[in-house]
Design a protein around this ligand. Structure first.
Ligand code: SF4
Ligand code: FES
Length: 212
């Protein structure tokens, strides 16, 4: 078997689950291991009773499987500091709050602009940006742009409430042609409510609120 044949791959099934092959690390957002199978189907509609795995629920529900024209506009904004430029694209954000929670001096939703690229040390800012799973944050130093973060190995971290974080370079095959912004980290929608499918856009938070 060639190396390519043993690399992990996710295929987006038409009106169905994510089919995952060759994955070696699969856990929840808190690091608890999930059962690994050589071929796994992960829930994409959000209605499986066996999440994160698919139980066939998608066959009996109606959801919008495609990108929605009302999704957030794809637009990069630059936040320029003395030594670093932080790039942010709201349309890619999965709203997990890792930036805000880890470095509120820089990422503060109550401030305008909400990102202050001079708010902390370069080291702290880079460390925090590397915690962003979605590709919504990147940075430039000395005219060199950094978008990929060199994870040790491919890993999928799935939340039963929706987001499926795909880190470390897992190839995504989507017959509809959708590609992640950054190959080595992206977040897939597992709740069925994203307007930017197959990627998460944070709408699982509204779904969770509605189901309370
Ligand atoms: S996905 Fe990235 S930009 Fe969005 S809240 Fe999380 S860390 Fe911040
Ligand atoms: S998991 Fe569906 S929008 Fe985030």
């Amino acid at each position: 078997m060639s190396k390519e044949d043993s690399n992990p791959v996710i295929t987006v099934a038409d009106r169905g689950p994510y089919i995952v092959v060759n994955l070696n690390k699969f856990e929840n957002l808190h690091g608890r291991k999930y059962l690994l199978k050589p071929v796994m189907s992960l829930c994409r509609c959000g209605e499986s009773k066996d999440k994160p795995y698919c139980d066939g629920a998608h066959n009996s529900i109606e959801i919008d499987w495609e990108k929605n024209s009302e999704r957030t506009e794809y637009k990069w904004k630059n936040y320029v500091g003395d030594e670093i430029i932080i790039h942010f694209n709201l349309s890619l954000c999965s709203h997990n709050g890792a930036c805000r929670d880890n470095l509120p001096e820089v990422f503060n939703l109550d401030s305008r602009p909400w990102i202050n690229a001079n708010g902390s040390s370069i080291g702290n800012i880079i460390e925090t940006i590397k915690k962003c799973p979605s590709g919504a944050l990147s940075y430039t130093i000395n005219n060199q742009k950094f978008t990929e973060y060199n994870y040790e190995e491919p890993i999928i971290k799935a939340s039963k409430k929706g987001p499926i974080e795909v880190l470390g370079g897992v190839e995504l095959k989507d017959p509809k042609g959708n590609k992640p912004e950054v190959k080595d980290h992206y977040v897939l929608c597992g709740c069925g409510w994203s307007k930017n499918k197959p990627f998460c856009d944070g709408h699982h938070l509204e779904k969770i609120k509605e189901q309370k």
